[in-house]
Design a protein around this ligand. Sequence first.
Ligand code: NI
Ligand code: MN
Length: 221
Amino acid sequence: LGHASFSIEAHGKTLIVDPYITDNELAKNIDINKLEADYILITHAHGDHILDVEAIASRTGAKVISNFEIVNHYGAKGIDGHPMNHGGTWNFEFGKLHMVNAIHTSSFPDGSYGGNPAGFVLETAHHKVYIAGDTALTYDMKLIPEVIGELDLAILPIGDNFTMGIDSAIVASDFIECNRIIGCHYDTFGYIKIDHKEAISKFSYQRKELILLEIGKNLKI
Ligand code: NI
Ligand code: MN
């Protein structure tokens, strides 16, 4: 859905990750009023990850899954949620969700406390997908294949400046032992514009696949 937002279908349920759509020029073809959602996963409280949470949640009745502080924030606005924290795992109807570490910050746009930033590993009956959230490269990533198991796909930020860039994302792909990567958090603002061809060729030089999914396009795992 553009920037770091994804719509993920698992076991008949739809999860929207970090909706930032209505202010994103590149995502102007996405109509948030047509998006289905049973759950909204929020990695951290920055504006470019939460902008459309309230609109989508109030229309669809989707439940917010995030850290304790962010779930409380939306709970006070009457939005239902499931709080988690780092290291925790919960069995949802769409599969298991693990909340994992991310190195970043997480204040709300008004400066209020948004807890600590996180990533998620979504574990369905047959697949495991790592959604890194905004993060730097961190040794903690090595724990994912060790503790949770082999990943089928990982969504990593690659835009640099606010998160990892391409070169760190390639090392991250080694740490998580996953060579199939969807890039996110690039091109949306001036600070994070990337050269697509160069990014893809850097990954392929390391025998890794970097997918730069066109906004609105799908991929089946
Ligand atoms: Ni952020
Ligand atoms: Mn961000």
